[in-house]
Design a protein around this ligand. Structure first.
Ligand code: NAD
Length: 418
């Protein structure tokens, strides 16, 4: 068997080539769509709590800005690397386009192990990284947001650092901020709400009743936890399995996601929650459930395990959880796989709302945010579904067709400078 490509940037380029072929795009244009426009690599010193100096490596990649300012999160993780950041910035480009937002795509990351750093070290590292990339970020230029192991506090430090250097407060430089300094209501739950809304639409299409439907979620961070809560509290789903980096838990009867969250806060993991059995992350993915939500890292559904995926709907909360070979296998099995750029597009959509509110200095209610999000993501879902039916392609291809076409149209209208 040919070894499957697992480099996320190679996968991202394959996905563009696939849609390029389908749309019969000009080879020059295809080359533009596969190339990151700007890549900044920074090495910067941070004084650690023991007084020693450590040099950290970080990146910011601005993939494509044809539709507007670049937009994309910042990840802190030991496995961050340039190709991963490139891939994530590429996927942001298609995601913002698919959601119909006036943004391009970007992403950033720092190679570090935040779990082994104190809060003070994280603050100093964040402020120095912000300074290192400050020439290319800004509310009109490139607007970061949280990603894996960064949160509202990280965004608050970035906003403050950027503002200190400008001499006035610039809340619109980042999104995902705490409410007290210009965050939007509903941002914390937004990605998960998008996951749930797109699952709701997919369930309607395949006539699956969500009330009582079984749900398994890999990853119990921001995206996984809120998805569990909304599925359970608002749609009456039965959450039967969740997991984190230490392993997973399973109960046929289901459990209350809030109690599991409290357990994780107390013990550091979902594992050991009373009344559940321990299962591995691998086994969780293969459970016979109605809805499976991968909400941790990339490449978890591959050619190796795709044939054993037993869910009716897979809603990709994480970015890049499925490889192209796995896509094909799941499509053949009749699984509705809601691709990442659609399923988790709720996060960037409410980030956009936050940015708009910051620029207007006028804030919306939680109901307004939820309603507008529902409208945008349901429209995006229906656009994708229509293309899927018309062109007889899988959901990811359909989503890419919609997203890439919009960027191509921007190039047609703007032209190639000079
Ligand atoms: P997070 O840091 O809050 O949570 C990550 C979770 O994944 C944690 O529970 C962690 O324990 C778990 N995890 C880490 N390694 C794992 C492993 N090997 N196996 C199983 N679980 C593991 O991050 P998040 O914000 O919830 O992001 C999760 C995914 O969603 C990422 O792919 C991210 O890019 C994507 N995403 C996030 C947002 C957002 O708004 N936060 C938006 C769009 C996409």
């Amino acid at each position: 068997m040919v070894k499957e490509e697992l480099n996320p940037f190679e996968i991202a380029k394959q996905q563009i080539e696939r849609v390029g072929k389908h749309l019969k795009l000009d080879p020059g244009l295809l080359e533009i769509l596969k190339s990151p426009q700007r890549e900044l690599s920074v090495n910067f010193p941070v004084r650690m709590d023991d007084g020693k100096i450590r040099v950290f490596n970080g990146y910011r990649v601005q993939f494509n800005g044809a539709l507007g300012p670049y937009k994309g999160g910042i990840r802190y993780h030991p496995q961050v690397n340039l190709d991963e950041v490139r891939a994530l910035s590429c996927w942001m480009t298609w995601k913002t386009s698919l959601m119909g937002l006036p943004y391009g795509g970007s992403k950033g990351g720092v190679i570090c192990d935040p779990k082994k750093m104190s809060k003070a070290e994280l603050e100093r590292m964040t402020r120095r990284y912000t300074t290192a990339i400050s020439t290319i970020i800004g509310p009109e230029q490139d607007i970061p947001a949280p990603d894996v192991y960064t949160d509202g506090q990280t965004m608050a430090w970035i906003m403050d650092t950027y503002s200190m250097n400008r001499g006035y407060s610039v809340p619109g430089v980042v999104t995902g901020k705490p409410l007290a300094i210009g965050g939007s209501k509903g941002r914390d739950e937004a990605t998960s709400r998008g996951v749930v809304y797109t699952t709701r639409e997919a369930a309607k299409k395949i006539k699956l009743n969500l009330k009582g439907a079984t749900v398994a979620i890999m990853g119990y961070g921001n995206v996984g936890w809120f998805a569990a809560k909304i599925f359970h509290d608002e749609y009456g789903c039965k959450i039967v399995a969740v997991s984190d980096s230490k392993g997973g838990i399973y109960s046929e009867k289901g459990f209350d996601p809030k109690e599991v969250k409290d357990h994780k806060e107390k013990t550091g993991s979902v594992v050991g929650f009373p009344g559940t059995n321990k299962i591995s992350n691998e086994a969780l993915l293969e459970l016979k459930v109605d809805v499976l939500v991968p909400a941790a890292l990339e490449n978890v559904i591959t050619a190796e395990n795709a044939s054993r995926i037993n869910a009716k709907i897979v809603a990709e909360g994480a970015n890049g959880p499925t490889t192209p070979a796995a896509d094909e296998i799941m499509h053949k099995k009749g699984i509705v796989d809601i691709p990442d750029i659609l399923a988790n597009g709720g996060g960037v959509t409410v980030s956009y709302f936050e940015w708009v509110q910051n620029l207007q200095h006028f804030f919306w209610t939680l109901d307004e945010v939820r309603q507008k999000l529902d409208q945008i993501i349901t429209t995006a879902f229906n656009n994708v579904w229509e293309v899927r039916e018309q062109e007889k392609v899988d959901m990811r291809m359909a989503a890419y067709i919609v997203a890439v076409k919009r960027v191509v149209e921007a190039y047609r209208l703007r032209g190639i400078f000079p």
